[in-house]
Design a protein around this ligand. Structure first.
Ligand code: XMP
Length: 326
């Protein structure tokens, strides 16, 4: 993987005045889009939610906000995100792009190839179409400093990094990208989201990556394998959400394991659980859940997720691990 220069300058949380930052970014969005239209990519995470509110304050109904249902989201996520924004009076539209993403991922097993396919489908297919249909010339998105840093350093290609990899979005996709949060890391973005009066359920939301469940499925991403990891994710989030951890996830492995159920061989799947303590995702420590919690996960996952016969807990730090497996 190529290594690029880091050109963006970080604003550290100690130097951030959220109100001033917000006003400056709103002015900047107005200045860039002028009297035109912009398309906005909302995933429901803290980053894209903060951008959505700033974009809406700047542009009102000239901002077209879309939630792309990639088929790689958690259970009930598209409707839940739509409801949050409906309550705030910000119109959003859910776009069903499941078929496009599963087609693009067919046969791919290499993590960087999977990430590439997701980037291409988002930007070259789905957003390029939406932009063409709406007549907009700009795409707003919530890229943050850590996303850029890891991608330019060659650690892994975060799905939303384009211009920093030398991609000319105007030439290649027909629109320019506006990234108001690119100088901030997650804790600073949470302060901005709080100042924008977003609900706590959003400004405190644990990170969940744009490529969604695709990068916690080792190997090929099929609808069937996504269903398994989605069920395991639901259990892990229910059990670990009170721990106050930075992020927690369930990974579906490719290898199969011999298990036994009701005295008979059951050759099934393995789920690996990770639960992280971290300030900004740059480094991380595995948390130390009580054995009661681990026992509960070991009981619930093989019982409630068909086909799973093995559950492990990862104890590696970042580095050398990364937070997610891919
Ligand atoms: P890693 O796995 O590299 O992740 O330690 C660091 C943080 O970034 C999130 N992540 C992503 N976020 N697009 C995103 O928007 C991506 O492609 C992506 N990959 C990883 C990850 O959830 C963690 O919080």
């Amino acid at each position: 993987m190529e290594v690029y220069e880091m050109e963006v300058k970080e604003i550290r949380i100690g130097d951030l005045c959220p109100a001033t930052f917000i006003n400056q970014k709103i002015d900047k969005i107005k200045e860039s889009v002028r009297k035109g239209l912009a398309v906005n990519a909302l995933s429901g995470g803290v980053d894209s939610s903060a951008v959505t509110v700033m974009g809406y304050i700047a542009l009102g109904n000239r901002l077209k906000t879309y939630f792309i249902d990639t088929g790689l989201m958690r259970e009930g996520e598209p409707q839940q995100v739509a409801t949050y924004f409906e309550i705030m009076g910000i119109p959003i539209e859910i776009i069903d792009a499941q078929g496009r993403f599963f087609d693009a991922l067919k046969g791919l097993t290499d993590p960087e190839e999977k990430r590439e396919a997701i980037t291409r489908t988002f930007y070259k297919d789905v957003f390029a179409d939406l932009i063409r249909q709406s007549g907009a010339r700009y795409l707003l998105q919530g890229t943050n400093y850590t996303d850029v840093e890891e991608t330019v350093a060659g650690v892994k290609r975060q799905h939303n990094i384009l211009e920093q990899l030398g991609i000319n979005t105007e030439e290649q996709f027909g629109y320019r990208v506006i990234e108001p949060l690119v100088q901030l890391r997650k804790p600073a973005i949470r302060e901005v989201a709080k100042a924008l009066a977003l609900p706590k359920a959003i400004y405190n939301r644990p990170p969940f990556p744009g490529p969604g469940l695709a990068i916690i499925v080792k190997g090929e991403v099929t609808p069937e394998r996504v269903r398994i990891v989605r069920k395991a994710t639901k259990i892990v989030e229910e059990v670990l959400s009170d721990t106050g951890a930075f992020q927690y996830l369930a990974i579906l492995h490719e290898d199969k394991f011999t298990g036994v159920r009701q005295g008979k061989r059951d050759y099934g799947f393995q789920i690996e659980i990770r639960c992280w303590e971290s300030a900004d995702a740059k480094t991380g420590l595995p948390t130390r859940p009580s054995y009661d919690i681990l026992d509960l996960l070991a009981e619930k996952i093989p019982t409630e997720v068909p086909g799973v016969v093995s559950v492990t807990y990862n104890i590696t730090k970042k580095p050398p691990s990364t937070i997610e497996a891919e």
